[in-house]
Design a protein around this ligand. Structure first.
Ligand code: AMP
Length: 189
């Protein structure tokens, strides 16, 4: 079994590449963004709180996302995982390391999808243009994207050094075509 993290700024293609790996290589994708959107759609009090945080481009509390992740890992014991959007800060990365150690699992690879930050704005604008109004994510607008990029630079970017030290980090140019990127990822795993 192979366990991967896909790391990169918002809009870098983590979700797209995860879905390709699910289809072609039988991975189980764990996307904290999708798990959180499910809670938001459940219309509960906690969902309303999470919705405000997401609409604002901030990070949801470590306690909530780490609890979600631990539940996903323990309910799918024999799977190869792709973590998409998790971890997003050092505390979350340490919690994942702890959980993996306790459950005798191994994190094999962290793939960083490298996309220049000014290209992300064009991608989000395209994503909005191409979605119908029901599909547009509440946090898909340029102002929130800029906020999310700042959150990324401050909180998530330091993870590159964290995983470089663990000798697990590989960089892939995320500005090539979807097919090219997925070919490169396939060669890594
Ligand atoms: P994503 O779908 O990965 O782009 O995430 C959408 C939003 O969900 C983010 O902007 C955060 O508000 C929240 N979120 C997703 N993953 C995490 C995480 N690991 N930690 C905290 N907040 C998260």
């Amino acid at each position: 079994m192979t366990n991967l993290i896909l790391l990169g700024p918002p809009g870098c293609g983590k979700g797209t590449q995860s879905k390709i790996l699910v289809e072609k290589k039988n991975f189980l994708q764990i996307s904290t963004g999708e798990l959180l959107r499910n809670v938001v759609n459940s219309d509960s009090d906690i969902g309303k709180e999470i919705s405000k945080i997401m609409k604002n481009g901030d990070l949801v509390s470590d306690e909530i996302v780490v609890t979600m992740i631990l539940k996903e890992i323990s309910t799918h014991p024999a799977c190869s995982f792709i973590f998409d959007g998790f971890p997003r800060n050092i505390i979350q990365a340490e919690k994942l390391d702890e959980a993996f150690n306790q459950q005798k699992l191994k994190l094999d690879l962290v793939i960083f999808l490298d996309v220049e930050l000014n290209i992300l704005k064009n991608r989000i604008e395209k994503r909005i243009r191409e979605s119908n109004s029901e599909q547009v994510r509440e946090d898909d607008n340029v102002d929130i994207l800029l906020k999310r990029i700042n959150t990324y630079k401050e909180m998530t970017f330091p993870l590159l050094e964290y995983y470089r030290k663990q000798e697990k980090l590989v960089c892939v140019n995320g500005m090539e075509t979807i097919d090219k990127i997925s070919e490169k990822i396939a060669l890594l795993i």
